[in-house]
Design a protein around this ligand. Sequence first.
Ligand SMILES: NC(=O)C[C@H](N)C(=O)O
Length: 666
Amino acid sequence: MADTSFNNMTSLARALSQPKLDLIEPNDVFTTRAAQVYPCRRRKLSSCNSVESLETLTPPAAEARVLVINTGGTIGMTLHDNVLAPKANAFVQSLRKLPILHDETYAQQTCLYNYYGSENTLVLPKPTSHCDHLSHGMSKNNKRIVYTILEYSPLLDSSNMTTDDWGRIGKDIEKNYENYDGFVILHGTDTMAYTASALSFMCEHLGKPIILTGAQVPIYEMRNDGRGNLLGALLIAGQFVIPEVCLYFYNKLYRGNRVTKVDAGSFNAFSSPNLAPLATAEVDVTINWDTVWRANTTAKFQVSTELNRNVGLLRLFPGITAATVRAFLQPPMEGVVLETYGSGNAPDNRPDLLEELKKATDSGVIIINCTQCLRGTVSTSYATGKVLIDAGLIAGGDMTPEAALSKLSYVLAKKELDLEAKKKLMSQNLRGEMSADLAGAKLCLSDSRFIQVIAKSLSISCKEELEAIRDALTPPLACAAAKIGDIEALEALKDMGSNLCLGDYDGRTPLHIAACEGHLKLVQYLLSHGATVYAKDRYGDTPLCNAVRFRHKEVVKLLRKTGAHFSRDKLEEAGTELCSLAASGDLEGLEIWSLAGADLNRPGYDGQTAIEVAQAVGKKETVAFLVQLMSKNPKKVFGEFNTCDEYDDDDDESGVIEFTATPSRA
Ligand SMILES: NC(=O)C[C@H](N)C(=O)O
């Protein structure tokens, strides 16, 4: 029977710190202790027999979870008949034997395999030195990185990849989105730039990192780049909320739709010619937050797997015949990336060629002008460039051909759009794949009166020092503005070039604060300007946890609509909280937990559900309320590789104001 004296958070917390011993083996000291540290793993601990020291146990709030999707590529290949080919069902076993990629002791101590129900879940080791801290299994805030490997069958050399494979990856991410903090895609290097570009468009309203990586030499070889690449990708995916599809290779994190493979024989195989890396993993991991692209949306993450295959790449060369161009542009071709010379030029003394191009664009084929040069952008500085505009081509800016092609494939598949709308999308920057024209747009730091005043008072004049001060001061200032609901102050900070997603000394972001205070408009503003619902403070709390705690219903609804969700552990622990609320007849509390995605059928620590507790203590009104809530919003249970529940969002949302999202980054 439920202990119905749990009518406030304090007594509940105290009760939880004294776990019911009948649930676990009484003589197994380890299990008792592990159950205290891991209440959510309690039910499965009885079959775990580890007797190792317990001092190293890390609370689960300090674990980050990453899903690794292994599609193939050299990283997991072995030699057969003197050629490299993927080897199935060998990768996880090999990683398990590599101490830099797996800590078996920790896995045993924390019953990792039992908990996840499979041996495909591994955990990065604990750091042993300062450098390790920043570059191995724990981040600065001491998070262990637990990763689960989903291996595809068959494993592919990336030369064999098709758009269907992109769709499969996208769907698997979508299905598992709420169960993980980040995603790593193991992929062959040959077509990795195409897959990264395609995923960047297919993943709409992305809020978590998706990092592609692979290797030039298999991890099984003595000298290889696979181990370092995988480790770096895992660390970044688990530690940082970089809401982009990225590519990690040779100590650099790139925006996925900016890269191209430039070297078949070097570990340094990729280049991002028109955009500096998002991060570098040297002695320290340095994130270039100013460059990180954000969805700036309140819409929920989704993957669009509809792709148009009638697209192609055509490279101009001196002497190309009109017949070749005509043949290439025949139906069913719907979109073409024309790789032109220099800054987007083509012969202006070849009316036969230009006529073929014009005929195709007139008949509805979208042709994008991209340069053959590795670096630089198309422009209209030459007569030989202007003729292509006259022929109806769309300027592709500094997009890579890989990005332009996959963007075409994505945009052309949008059945609800007419030709003009598709052309418009093609010329716009959708995911940071092309540089905006920044002339006059970027505010100079010294334009900011605020920074000038501070600089003066500190006698500082050099730009780097000013930037350092700005970066140090603005997170707490933004939090202070969020506390009092001051959107204007936030706007001013943003105009100074401040990143409104950064946290204060406790990792609390302006969105955390606004969620605590219930400032709905400010929450809306922050979400429209790059704030992430997945930010965790030092206690592991997200803005959603804060909004629930302070019972701001409308904020909870908006955060849920944007994709916020409780962690798997929190959902498992919700049962006990719901029982406590039911015992005290706290209808408001029950409703807000339900809105936040808690499963009302989840049992509490003693196996009873909220409704059973309410019945036991004779709270009829609470029982009726729970029945009504459950019928309105039935929930599914979380499981490994299961889709999470959807929030039923048919409630009135009046009061929510849409702010226009202006992508703030290049
Ligand atoms: N390094 C590699 O991964 C090359 C391999 N052929 C692939 O793309 O799958």
